[in-house]
Design a protein around this ligand. Structure first.
Ligand SMILES: [Zn+2]
Length: 156
């Protein structure tokens, strides 16, 4: 069933949703994005194999004059994996500067980050993605695989 781990932790995640959204916004505020002016923050929720509960990691985009820039989701994945997490359950992604007049903020994960997140979602499961507006409200919700990356690349 898609989203097993999310369903398992959905009550706890929903109860902490304001905090998770705030942490994504706080990460965006730490973004280093002088070239694009597009600060993005990600707060990822993982299954914590040590506690059996959930673990959190955050990241922001970090740009470079060479244009090899790191994305917020990628940074948060690196932080989460470095903490020992391997199973992504949910992601809160915020941009503190959405395009004026856009029906959605533009911090919907790019294709690169969708594939990066998918790496940590086992086949047959899914993860919940929430797009956080500047004011901390949830602007949109997606499922990573069902909605954003229906046919991910997988080896084998
Ligand atoms: Zn990206």
């Amino acid at each position: 069933m898609a989203g097993r781990q999310f369903e398992r932790f959905s009550r706890e995640i929903e109860a902490r949703e304001d905090e998770l959204a705030r942490r994504a916004i706080a990460a965006a505020a730490r973004s280093y994005s002088p070239y694009s002016g597009f600060p993005v923050g990600a707060c990822l929720v993982w299954l914590d194999p040590q506690s059996g509960g959930i673990g959190i990691s955050v990241g922001c985009n970090v740009e470079n004059a060479f244009y090899e820039s790191g994305h917020a989701e990628q940074a948060a994945i690196m932080a989460g994996v470095s903490a020992g997490y391997r199973r992504l359950v949910a992601a809160y992604v915020a941009c503190t500067k959405p395009e004026p007049g856009s029906p959605l903020p533009l911090a919907i994960p790019c294709g690169f980050c969708r594939q990066w997140m998918c790496e940590f979602v086992p086949e047959g499961e899914d993860a919940a993605i929430a797009i956080v507006a500047k004011d901390g409200s949830i602007r949109a919700r997606f499922r990573l695989i069902a909605d954003l990356l229906p046919r991910p690349f997988r080896l084998g």
